[in-house]
Design a protein around this ligand. Structure first.
Ligand SMILES: [Zn+2]
Ligand SMILES: [Zn+2]
Length: 295
């Protein structure tokens, strides 16, 4: 199985068009790498590819990664997509992929995410043929005829702001993926509002875990003068604090990588004490183009 981080940032990316915070300013100056919005590509064999979330930056992400580019006059090696939730930064890229595609995409999400998404005119066509939108919640399913096995896991989280920020089961999923060829498993959990016992067990069970790294602290947006929204108010468990995700994953032996990083997060500066704390806990900070090969 091949896994690539297409985009490592939360919604807005780094730099974000309307933001001049220290991280966005550093990216504009060229002192820090730019980051596109959160998405991952996985493949059992390097031939057929699946996207985990489809960010509004998907066109640039395809151009930055040749295996996702068309191999015939018209076509795509992207077989379909798995959606963790209905936030625009995770499915907005469907609107970019709306040109005719005779084979259609195989899409997997929870029922509530399909309902929210297909109610939007920009995404409604993906709920009809030639596309196939499959709803999942806890039952494992197979991709590529069984080459990849996926187990979805409902995790604590909220529906998007435009859909009411409701705490509905299925509003947010994580995906545990393993290859039938063996070689290890990976957990995709780019969004969660808390680590409940089921998510904690899933984090322990995977060889590699990709975890929600949106915010370092509950109030970092307010503290940086970027608005009054809190991490948990936006449906994200911050890294810091006794109940934060960094404490929850410390001391585990598997590979732990923080993804979906908001531009307000101080861990984006490798010289910051927060970035050093992540390393000291044995965890990593993802970047665009990060490849996790041969799991
Ligand atoms: Zn997001
Ligand atoms: Zn910023």
């Amino acid at each position: 199985m091949i896994v690539r981080v297409l985009g490592s940032a939360a919604g807005g990316g780094v730099p974000q068009w309307n933001c001049n915070c220290v991280n966005c300013a550093a990216a504009r100056r060229g002192d820090a790498p730019p980051r596109s919005q959160s998405s991952f590509a996985i493949s059992a064999d390097g031939d057929a590819w699946w996207l985990i979330n489809v960010s509004p930056d998907v066109a640039g992400q395809i151009e930055a990664f040749p295996p996702l580019q068309p191999r015939e006059r018209r076509g795509t090696p992207i077989a379909g997509m798995l959606l963790t939730d209905a936030n625009v930064d995770h499915l907005g890229g469907l609107a970019v992929l709306r040109q005719s595609h005779p084979r259609g995409f195989e899409i997997y999400s929870s029922e509530i995410v399909r309902t929210i998404a297909t109610a939007q005119p920009a995404f409604a066509a993906f709920g009809r043929a030639p596309h196939r939108w499959n709803t999942v919640l806890t039952e494992p399913f197979a991709l590529d005829g069984g080459a990849l096995r996926v187990t979805p896991l409902p995790v604590p989280g909220l529906t998007p702001g435009f859909a009411g920020r409701d705490q509905t089961r299925g509003a947010v999923l994580a995906f545990h993926v393993e290859s039938s060829a063996g070689g290890g498993s990976i957990l995709f959990a780019p969004v969660f509002a808390a680590i409940d016992p089921e998510l904690a067990a899933a984090i322990d069970a995977a060889d590699v875990v990709l975890l929600d790294g949106s915010f370092w602290s509950e109030d970092e947006m307010r503290d940086a003068g970027l608005g009054d929204k809190t991490a948990r108010g936006l449906g994200h468990l911050p890294l810091d604090g006794v109940s934060g995700s960094l404490t929850a994953i410390a001391g585990r032996r598997n590979r732990r990588i923080f993804v979906h990083l908001n531009n307000s997060n101080p861990v984006l500066d490798p010289a910051s004490p927060q970035a050093r704390a992540v390393l000291a806990a044995g965890a990593e900070v993802a970047f665009d183009g990060m490849e996790i090969l041969r799991l």
